[in-house]
Design a protein. Structure first.
Length: 398
């Protein structure tokens, strides 16, 4: 009998989407499902992006340059320069979302069997990208009790072997919302210099830091040739379906290697690039209102969670995710039950079980990730569901 690959068998389901069929079934019954499982904001995509596509008046939807539209890359370089990130358009390659940027970075910098160290919990899709590239993620656990701060550098050193080729961070972090301090980033810089490693940095959420500005890894001195930064327009501009990202590095050899993979997939999508380029014409204060909206949503969410019996939640510093400990033994079972068996006034809530954000067995079993991407009124209604659901679930599990 013909079989699928071992890679296909071992690819894990997304903790963010794996319960989608249960949510779809609930919706078919007429149930309102509050989606806090996925980072899909309800904030309106800037009109300027839609208008740019409508006004393009293209007679032929052509390929673009494999690296992306030149004028777009130049505008993006100017955007980074406004944030004191010293890059040129030649240091930028446009990708099909940040996802392709991560995969290209892995494939250009690492060989099959190589290892990268990643603080966990981490964005679950990193596992899929690593598997596709044939590399191995070595987790190092950041703790709930510390607010998911960077683990000690000594713990990183203890994981380094001859196969270790890089460290991968997400800042601000998905799923924890933690923002790495300058001190922590300098510790990572010194480590990659000492051990001759790459630093891969997912910086999709840099515009959404609520206490202080995020320091980009591209500003770390002395390691310019070792940093590969991944960016995306999905989260910045609430344009998740546009699938436009960027890989940015000062390492010319890496750019040349990535370009070969970019040429193999021909080009990033034309219309989405036109939309993304238009977004860069928005005023510099565009993010102020969006950031304030997310901060209010965060505060609403944390306030509600803090008042629930047995629930513990750290207040995130950035992005729009929070990790919470729930008074249940298995959040995979609980999150499924919410969709299949629980209703409050014909509504329920969808969450992301946190076990899928860890690779160390047994971790995250009592945790969930919540994306505060809904307006405050809907967050309150979602929290009403969660609070009632926890009471009901604990009664049936006694």
């Amino acid at each position: 009998m013909i079989t699928i690959s071992e890679r296909g068998k071992n690819m894990p389901s997304s903790p963010i989407r794996k319960l989608a069929s249960f949510a779809d079934a609930a919706k078919k019954e007429g149930v309102k499902v509050y989606h806090l499982n996925i980072g899909q904001p309800d904030i309106e995509t800037p009109a300027i992006m839609m208008e740019a596509v409508n006004n393009a008046h293209l007679k032929v939807l052509e390929y673009t340059d494999s690296a992306g539209i030149l004028s777009f890359r130049k505008k993006l370089a100017a955007y980074y320069q406004s944030k004191n990130i010293n890059v040129d358009f030649a240091d930028i390659l446009i990708t099909i979302g940040g996802s392709e940027g991560i995969l290209f970075a892995f494939m250009a910098c690492l060989d099959a069997g190589d290892e990268i160290i990643v603080p966990e919990p981490f964005y679950a899709n990193y596992i899929g990208f690593a598997m596709a590239a044939g590399i191995k993620i070595i987790p190092i656990t950041s703790t709930f009790e510390s607010g998911f701060a960077l683990p000690s550098i000594e713990s990183f050193k203890s994981k380094i072997t001859l196969k270790t080729k890089g460290i991968f961070i997400c800042n601000p972090n998905n799923p924890t919302g933690y923002v790495y301090s300058e001190t922590e980033l300098l510790q990572i810089r010194d480590l990659i210099k000492e051990k001759n490693l790459y630093l891969f940095s997912d910086e999709a959420y840099t515009e959404f830091s609520y206490e202080e500005k995020v320091k980009s890894t591209l500003t770390l001195e002395g390691v310019e040739d070792r940093v590969i930064m991944i960016d995306t327009f999905s989260k910045k501009y609430s344009a998740c379906g546009a699938r436009i990202g960027a890989l940015v590095t000062k390492n010319k050899e890496v750019i040349e290697a990535v370009m070969k993979f970019a040429q193999a997939r021909l080009s990033p999508p034309t219309l989405e690039q036109i939309a993304a380029e238009a977004a860069l014409s928005l005023p510099s204060d565009y993010f102020d209102a969006t950031r304030a909206a997310y901060k209010n949503r965060r505060d609403t969410l944390i306030d509600r969670l803090s008042k629930m019996d047995g629930v513990d939640c750290q207040s995130p510093q950035g992005a729009f995710y929070a990790m919470a400990k729930l008074p249940v033994a298995d959040t995979d079972d609980f999150c499924r039950w919410l969709l299949t068996d629980f209703r409050k006034d014909n509504t329920t809530i969808m969450l992301a079980p946190a076990s899928g954000f860890y690779t160390t067995p047994g971790l995250g079993k009592d945790e969930v990730r919540l994306a505060y991407v809904l307006n405050e009124e809907e967050i309150h209604k979602a929290m009403d569901c969660l609070e009632a659901g926890l009471i009901a679930y604990r009664l049936i599990k006694k």
